[in-house]
Design a protein around this ligand. Structure first.
Ligand SMILES: N[C@@H](CCC(=O)N[C@@H](CS)C(=O)NCC(=O)O)C(=O)O
Length: 217
């Protein structure tokens, strides 16, 4: 199995957590999103994913982009542990909350959006950070409210689910932009609890081979 990712990509971070939870080994191919204007825009990577975004997972002849679909594929083919139950009310709650993060919050923080704001919308660095914080705080206020009703030890009850897999990378992102996560007590508690789990801890950006903080690189 092969994963194309970037240490700081929160969508790739989701997939790394899922692969770790399922105890799947994979070869990691780092795509540097910053260097030389971004290796995601090279012809070579464009052929792998015309969206020019990471992550991409290859498993034999299967090639998938879109982190939520990759994790769906992993649940179908490597169901231990299932991150989205196959049926029941929890299935829909888990999908709803995961999509709140991955579809509503995350895309507004994405690198290409930030680059567009700076290059074409007359934003300076301060406006850009304000934009990032604004959309994260709007999303987190609602998410914290919802999680208050669904959370047990983890985001939905007592078992780790797709919501947790999406939550940790999004909080990591928020902290990068100095969002005060303590304003969201349930999110804050879940983030701390989840980072105690070795599979989450090992997936963290600074522990990836392409992270500048990783002394092994
Ligand atoms: N919806 C996609 C989002 C993928 C995505 O936005 N990836 C970002 C990193 S988190 C990326 O590759 N950005 C490169 C760019 O913006 O040029 C998914 O969930 O996989």
């Amino acid at each position: 199995m092969r994963l194309y990712g970037y240490w700081r990509s929160s969508a790739a971070y989701r997939v790394r957590i899922a692969l770790n939870l399922k105890k799947l080994r994979y070869d990691y191919f780092a795509v540097n999103l910053i260097k030389d204007g971004g290796q995601q825009h090279t012809d070579e990577f464009h052929r792998i994913n015309p969206n020019e975004l990471v992550p991409v997972l290859m498993d034999g002849a299967t090639r998938i982009s879109q982190s939520l679909t990759i994790i769906d594929y992993l649940d179908d083919h490597y169901p231990e542990p299932l991150l989205t139950p196959l049926s029941g009310e929890k299935r829909y709650k888990i999908k709803e909350l995961a999509q709140d993060i991955a579809i509503d919050i995350h895309p507004l923080n994405n690198l290409r959006v930030q680059q567009y704001l700076i290059n074409h919308a007359d934003f300076d660095k301060e406006d850009e950070v304000e934009w990032l914080r604004h959309w994260i705080t709007v999303g987190f206020a609602a998410l914290d409210d919802k999680l208050r009703h669904t959370a047990g030890v983890y985001s939905v009850g007592a078992e780790v689910s797709l919501v947790d897999v999406c939550l940790v990378p999004q909080v990591y992102n928020a902290l990068r932009f100095d969002v005060d996560v303590s304003q969201y007590p349930t999110i804050d508690r879940l983030y701390r609890a989840l980072n105690e789990i070795p599979e989450f801890y090992r997936a963290a950006p600074e522990r990836q081979p392409d992270s500048p903080q990783n002394k092994a690189t």
